[in-house]
Each structure stands twice: as structure tokens, then as C-alpha cells.
Design a protein around this ligand. Structure first.
Ligand SMILES: Cc1ncc(COP(=O)(O)O)c(C=O)c1O
Length: 413
């Protein structure tokens, strides 16, 4: 028997930090009986949670505009529509990323084109040149599990090709790249308030941008084409209406999201401090390699990744860490898109909406496992160690000691 850790808390991030602050803001909404963001009981004092969330998000993330929506997936769909991406267009998407990164592109009628990831588990910037066609409009960058993609190169490659950069910061709000908040570097960024995220309201999403036209179009897309007075005060309208969807955030969700936004950096600093106790010890082990990051100091720190030399060694390390009470399974639900049902079928909700209908036979090259040797190799060899709000320094030290012990058992001292 191995000594068990001091504790084995659930990794929880925002959800683990829920407390009196969220309660107070939710109660405020309930007591006012104002659940809808655009009007309430007193025209002189309209509801304020969603508006305040947007205002504080602008200040925190360093963008010009922010818009609250119903989910991170909704934020992606709205952002793509705001950017005017649609049928006939292509969007470059990392092959290893969350479901919505693929489906949101299909839903707006464009074709997701899958890119290999590099060892940071984010899109390989070199893929932009390889995959660009005359139809390419945008690169959807996913900052995987708390850490930045190589934004210097991605911005350079995209700018030289006149491609939009959409940053998916759902898994990395509060993380930075050379001092800039992820989500604020490209043309338009998104975050999620889903339950497992660093800031959560159960569900919810946020869009940020510095471009007035993207903001206005996002507002219209998320509110049935409308552009209400509140938004006109933030940015005067310049576009005509179009048939949008309905992705408005409720005041109740906004109350929780706002309290969580205010805690984001504290949760991040806690995770970073824990990671700093563990990473150097793993980095010193000869048969393991830490996930290389384009800016290690900017990592949120809620999940520490390292690679073993083979998939078998990674599986054996996981088994031994689990026996010591260390969480180390792949818990994010991310799989390569080319192994998912929606890619294997190539279907949209209606056959004529599928951007793959002209590609035959299906799955076509670029959508099959054999087309992604690097992504296949990297994602078979990593071990992920979640850290969280309830983790203590003693937990971090136990994790580091457990990796050292498992490494010694497997490879010798
Ligand atoms: C990278 C990424 N993008 C988008 C989303 C979608 O967010 P949501 O679950 O709020 O729709 C998620 C989260 O689940 C995610 O991890």
C-alpha cells in the first residue's frame, strides 16, 4: 500500500470557489424580481448584472467590448456569425479540441479544416500555411487547458494571409501570453461559464472583441437581429439588422458569472502556486517531458501535463499514480475530432447543410486518423494532473513525490 495523500479533493475550479459573493448577487436579482437583462420594474434603474459583467470583463480582459451569451458554444456560433463566416468558407481548427470548436463551424455553414497540434496541445502555427486555401477565412485558436497557443506565430501567419483569428479561451480565461490576456489578442475571443471552467455559472458564455463591427454584429446575432439602447450607448449602430438567434444571458446567470469573474485571478494564482511546486520536480525526471508552452509564466496552472516516451509508459504511470491517490486521468472530454461520431458521419442537421457533402468518399483525407500522426502520437503519451481550488501545498507535494516514486519504480532511480 502506498501512503494516501493528505486529501484527494475534487479538482474543482470556479465551482469549488462558489460562496457568499455569488449568493449575495443572486439574492439581489431575486429580490428585485428582475430576471431579464433588458428591462425590469423601474425604467430609471434597469437590471444591471449582465451589463456589469460585460463592463468588468472589458476591464479585466483588456478589450473594448464584451457580450454575455448563453454558453461557450453559443459564443463560438455568435462569433463566427459576427465575423460573417458562412457557406463556402473554411475555418482552420485544431484536430484536438472541444466538440463545439468543430460543430460551431458546421452550424454556420462553413467547413472546419483540421490542423495538427504541437506539443503544447494547441494548434501548430505551421499548419496555417499548409492548410490555407482560397476559401480560408479564419483560424480558430484553442488555448487548451489553461495555456496559450503560440500566439506570436499564429498572429503573424494569419495577418500575412489576411485571416481572422478567433480565440477560444473557454479553457483559459485569466491565463496570459506575454502579459496579454488570452482571448484579447486575436480579432474576437470567447469564454465559457460551463460548470468545469475556471469561472462558472453552470452554463454561460462571453464574447470579447476590440472591433466595433464585430461587437455590433455579435449583439444582433445573439438577440434576434436587435440592437437595444444599452448596446447603442456602448457603441453606436452602423449595420442593418439581420435574422439572428436568441442567445441572451439571464440576470441570474450573470449574477453568478459576475461574482466568479471577480474571483478568477485568485483561483488562477492559487493554481499557479501549486503548479510551481510540482513542475520543476517533474521537469528534472529524465524519462518525462513537461508540456512545452509558448509562455510558461502565463499558464493558468489548473492542469499540469507531461509526456512519457511511449503510450505504454504513460498508461503505466497513470496506473501507479492512481494507486497513490493522484488524479491523473484525461478528464476534459477532449478527443480528436476525426474519431467523433459527428465527423465520421459528416452530417449536419439537414443533409444539404453539411459542408462535407461535396467530399467523397467520406471521411475524406484530412478527416481520418491516419492524416494526423503527430496529434495521434502526442495525445497517446501525455499524463494530465489536475489541480484545483481545494488543493493544498501538501496535496501538491504529494503529487510531485508520487510522480517521482512512480518514475523510479518504472525506470530506476
Ligand atoms: C475549448 C472549448 N470551447 C468551447 C467550449 C464550449 O463551452 P460550453 O460548454 O459553455 O458551451 C468548451 C467547453 O466546454 C471548451 O472547452
Amino acid at each position: 500500500m502506498h501512503p494516501m495523500p493528505v486529501s484527494r479533493p475534487e479538482p474543482g475550479l470556479g465551482s469549488a470557489a462558489l460562496g457568499a459573493e455569488e449568493e449575495a448577487l443572486v439574492l439581489d436579482v431575486l429580490r428585485r424580481r428582475e430576471l431579464f437583462r433588458y428591462y425590469g420594474n423601474d425604467p430609471q434603474h434597469p437590471p444591471r448584472m449582465a451589463a456589469e459583467l460585460e463592463k468588468e470583463a472589458v476591464a479585466l480582459f483588456g478589450t473594448r467590448f464584451a457580450l454575455a451569451v448563453t454558453s461557450g458554444t453559443a459564443a463560438l456560433e455568435v462569433a463566427l456569425a459576427a465575423a460573417g463566416i458562412g457557406p463556402g468558407d473554411e475555418v482552420i481548427v485544431p484536430a484536438w479540441s472541444w466538440i463545439s470548436c468543430f460543430t460551431s463551424v458546421v452550424r454556420c455553414g462553413a467547413r472546419p479544416v483540421l490542423a495538427e497540434v504541437d506539443a503544447s496541445l494547441c494548434i501548430d502555427a505551421g499548419e496555417i500555411a499548409r492548410l490555407q486555401t482560397r476559401q480560408t477565412r479564419a483560424v480558430l485558436v484553442v488555448h487548451y487547458q489553461g495555456a496559450a497557443a503560440d500566439m506570436d506565430r499564429i498572429m503573424e501567419e494569419s495577418a500575412s494571409r489576411n485571416l481572422l483569428v478567433i480565440e477560444d479561451g473557454a479553457e483559459a480565461p485569466g491565463a496570459t501570453h506575454r502579459g496579454r490576456r488570452l482571448g484579447s489578442i486575436g480579432d474576437i475571443g470567447i469564454y465559457s461559464f460551463q460548470h468545469n471552467k475556471p469561472m462558472t455559472a453552470g452554463e454561460g458564455g462571453l464574447i470579447v472583441t476590440r472591433h466595433p463591427h464585430l461587437y455590433e454584429r455579435a449583439v444582433r446575432m445573439h438577440d434576434l437581429g436587435q440592437y437595444r439602447a444599452l448596446h447603442a450607448r456602448v457603441c453606436p449602430p452602423a449595420w442593418s439588422s439581420f435574422a439572428g438567434g436568441q442567445y441572451r444571458m439571464s440576470e441570474l446567470t450573470a449574477a453568478v458569472a459576475l461574482a466568479q469573474l471577480r474571483k478568477l485571478d485568485r483561483i488562477r494564482d492559487h493554481c499557479r502556486a501549486l503548479k510551481a511546486r510540482i513542475a520543476p520536480r517533474i521537469g528534472a525526471l529524465p524519462h518525462l517531458q513537461l508540456r512545452p508552452l509558448s509562455d510558461p509564466a502565463g499558464d493558468f496552472g489548473f492542469e499540469l501535463y507531461f509526456y512519457a516516451e511511449t503510450a505504454a509508459a504513460a498508461a503505466e504511470l497513470r496506473r501507479r499514480l492512481d494507486a497513490r491517490g493522484v488524479w491523473c486521468q484525461q478528464r476534459t472530454g477532449t478527443y480528436p475530432h476525426y474519431r467523433r461520431d459527428y465527423v465520421i458521419s459528416g452530417m449536419a442537421a439537414h443533409p444539404s447543410l453539411s459542408p462535407f457533402r461535396e467530399l467523397s468518399p467520406w471521411p475524406a483525407p484530412g478527416y481520418r486518423p491516419e492524416d494526423f500522426p503527430r496529434t495521434e502520437d502526442l495525445t497517446s503519451r501525455f499524463v494530465a494532473l489536475p489541480l484545483g481550488w481545494h488543493y493544498t501545498k501538501a496535496d501538491a507535494d504529494h503529487i510531485a513525490a508520487s510522480v517521482e516514486a512512480a518514475h523510479a519504480e518504472l525506470f530506476g532511480a
